[in-house]
Ligand binder design. Structure first.
Ligand code: BTN
Length: 250
């Protein structure tokens, strides 16, 4: 496991972001939630070298290799109404993809918020809301050479894609600088965020199967609607999906 000093990059974070690094926690999302509930202010970031109970969407476990990946959570106290907070996931997805691009590899986003290179996942995002705050958790595979068998076919890392090691601190800095701008677009400038997201949406134009609360659906993705919903053309007509799981490209 490689040690890295994050302090220089953190000193250059835009306001209001500031970083706390922890050696080992259960989940950085939980750490941030606890601090938020005791009054921590907007912009706190907790990064852990190791998570013992990292989690993904729908309660799945999130495995990240200590010292080789980034696992961190950002406390956001949005000024926008709570109904708009799920858009933070889109903002984080765009920020991560833009940061990856800057390292020379084109990243796409699988709606709503998996970051892909080619058809493999490099980063996942988990946004959780509290009473008056949101926690944006980001896991990104940076210098991993391999993955557990269950995910080895569907996961990738910057190192695998670029055949080089990367500074995790620099990658973190790239994400935070971009998130600082994108998170401000969940309200008034949402069309800018949707445009950036749409350019990267790997589902657009593809046939997919997915599940919704109302049941399974198949169809062709026509793009992202003005409100950030997935536009799915099915045999029964155009559906505007706010939420969907198990989205599979055919
Ligand atoms: C997903 O793709 O399902 C989302 C994965 C989110 C993982 C990150 S790692 C940092 C933060 N802490 C967690 O427990 N989860 C998120």
């Amino acid at each position: 496991m490689s040690r890295e000093d994050f302090s220089q990059v953190a000193a250059d974070f835009p306001e209001p972001f500031r970083l706390l690094v922890r050696e080992s926690v259960e989940s950085t999302n939980d750490e941030v939630r606890t601090l938020a509930e005791s009054g921590a202010v907007d912009g706190l970031i907790i990064l852990a070298e190791r998570q013992t109970a990292g989690r993904g969407r729908r309660g799945a476990a999130w495995f990240s290799q200590a010292g080789e990946s980034l696992a961190f959570s950002i406390l956001v106290r949005p000024e926008e109404p709570k109904a708009l907070w799920p858009r933070l996931a889109l903002a984080a997805g765009v920020a991560v993809a833009e940061a990856i691009d800057a390292f020379g590899v084109q990243a796409g986003i699988k709606w709503p918020n998996d970051v892909w290179i080619g058809r493999k996942k490099i980063a996942g995002i988990l946004v959780e809301a509290g009473k008056d705050f949101a926690v944006v958790g980001i896991g990104l595979n940076v210098n991993c050479d391999s993955f557990p068998t269950e995910v080895s076919e569907i996961a990738t890392s910057l190192k695998i894609e670029m055949s080089a090691d990367f500074s995790r601190a620099e990658v973190l800095g790239g994400i935070i600088h971009r998130f600082a701008r994108r998170r401000l677009q969940i309200g008034g400038q949402f069309e800018m965020l949707v445009a950036a997201f749409s350019e990267r949406c790997v589902l657009t134009g593809n046939e997919v199967s997915l599940t919704t609360a109302a049941g399974p659906l198949t169809g062709t993705v026509e793009g992202i609607a003005a409100g950030g919903e997935l536009l799915l053309r099915t045999a029964g007509g155009l559906q505007r999906l706010i939420q969907a799981d198990e989205i599979r490209l055919k």
